[in-house]
Design a protein around this ligand. Structure first.
Ligand code: GUN
Length: 284
């Protein structure tokens, strides 16, 4: 069994983005990312800080808009519209979840799809469905990078995704399908889940339940990707996979922390770079 080193793969992606950014800067183009955060959710604040740090690391311009909890929908919408018009901003990200009085769908729908670096806008979601996309949602894109890093060929393999969220499960299944895996999406209502997961050559767990996937649910030699981020009974960070038992059965596995987590912000950097290139008419 080999542990997939998310930190190392993430670093390689950032180095690639930084190198391309340096080249863009020679042409007078600096990719710019706007990050909007509303309210004081501590986890969101950490994520946003890490996104700003990553921007600095790869050479992007970034601007944070920290709005108070009392922000109205109208104020938030106006900010998005303003950022849509700004030439120095190539990507717009509104950190979720928003406070309950604000409608996230309304905000997402307002972001110009060519600046939608989360790939949450229905235009980008549709583009993924038909395999003609500019941006991939950061978590599934990060998972694909991790799978590629193993050298395992996805083509023709049986892939099972546990979880059907719009942000992870559904696009994840689509990306695996684009690479010619035979894909099955499972979820909380699936009957005889273990019978399905046991057949998976590639198993992606994105269900949000601590240590849910146990060794008896995993095929010998499977590639196991753990998207979960939970706390166990002792308050320790853990994934959706029971790492200690599953790691003895699989060929590759991602740890939590240090697996999928580090990838997501790197893929956001990749998307912002892509956005800057598209908006400046640079192809390749
Ligand atoms: N909150 C948790 N994950 C994400 C993400 O990928 N994008 C945004 N915008 N908010 C999030």
């Amino acid at each position: 069994m080999k542990i997939i080193d998310g930190k190392a793969v993430s670093k390689a992606v950032r180095e690639r983005v930084a190198a391309e950014t340096a080249k863009l800067k020679e042409k007078g183009i600096t990719p710019g990312l706007a990050v909007i955060i509303v309210g004081d959710d501590p986890a969101s604040k950490v994520y946003v800080k890490n996104k700003e740090k990553a921007c600095e690391e790869v050479g992007f311009f970034s601007e944070k808009f920290a709005l108070p909890e009392s922000t109205t929908q109208k104020e938030l919408n106006s900010l998005v519209k303003e950022l849509n018009e700004r030439n120095d901003i190539n990507g717009i990200l509104c950190q979720l979840p928003l406070p309950p009085h604000l409608n996230d769908k309304e905000v997402i729908n307002l972001i110009n799809p060519i600046k939608d670096v989360d790939a949450f806008h229905p235009v980008n979601v549709g583009a993924i469905m038909i395999g003609d996309y500019s941006f991939l949602p950061c978590t599934p894109a990060g998972v694909m990078e991790l799978i590629h890093s193993t050298g395992v060929d996805v083509c023709g393999k049986k892939a099972v995704v546990i979880g059907r969220s719009n942000i992870v499960g559904k696009p994840m299944a689509m990306l695996l399908l684009h690479e010619n895996a035979t894909v099955e999406i499972t979820h909380s209502k699936t009957k005889n889940l273990a019978d399905i997961t046991k057949k998976a050559d590639i198993l992606v767990a994105a269900i949000g339940k601590a240590k849910f996937v146990t060794a008896d649910m995993v095929k010998d030699g499977a590639v196991v990707i753990d998207v979960g981020m939970n706390r166990d009974e002792n308050g320790k960070l853990c994934g959706d996979v029971d790492f200690d038992s599953v790691c003895e059965k699989c060929s590759f596995i991602t740890p939590v922390p240090g697996g999928v987590g580090p990838m997501t912000i790197s893929m956001l950097m990749q998307n912002t770079l892509t956005a800057a290139k598209i908006q400046n008419g640079i192809k390749d």
